[in-house]
Design a protein. Structure first.
Length: 149
């Protein structure tokens, strides 16, 4: 399984929103700058996250994006399912009709377990967990904190 740039960038953007949670909306250009992501591409990604109800927008001069739920309630699994769809390493794990050898294949059981382990790990980590790690990493790197004015 390979997570696309859409999935990776979505997680990075959501971490920025988690860091700023309860501080007000964060402008798209600021998220893009902090995470070194194309603003145009990030806008497309945020549409997926908004459609699935993970982010909300506020219009106006103090507008931007913000999390619709507390960061403690959003797992990495949820974000990646929004952007990636299935996290199965092969299609037959999610859709047995894609393979005519489903009843004879012992490898499918391995792929199913791989998917389960990946999903368990992603479900065990929240945006709040990553926000704390990101703040700590920035402090270690002596990066100045970001202020939303």
């Amino acid at each position: 399984m390979r997570v696309s740039t859409k999935g990776r960038y979505a997680l990075r953007a959501m971490v920025e929103l988690a860091i700023e949670y309860a501080q007000g909306p964060l402008q798209l250009k600021e998220i893009a700058r902090r995470q070194e992501i194309s603003e145009k591409y990030l806008e497309q990604i945020m549409t997926f996250l908004r459609t699935d109800g993970y982010v909300l927008t506020q219009k106006g001069s103090h507008g931007g994006y913000y999390l619709s739920l507390p960061p403690e309630e959003v797992t990495l699994l949820e974000v990646l399912r929004t952007t990636e769809g299935s996290l199965a390493p092969v299609s037959c794990v999610e859709n047995p009709d894609t393979c005519g050898r489903i009843d004879l294949c012992v490898v499918r059981k391995i792929w199913t377990r791989v998917k389960e382990v990946i999903c368990e790990e992603l479900e065990s980590v929240t945006l709040a967990d990553l926000a704390i790690e990101q703040k700590n990493l920035r402090q270690q790197q002596n990066e100045p904190p970001y202020f939303n004015i």
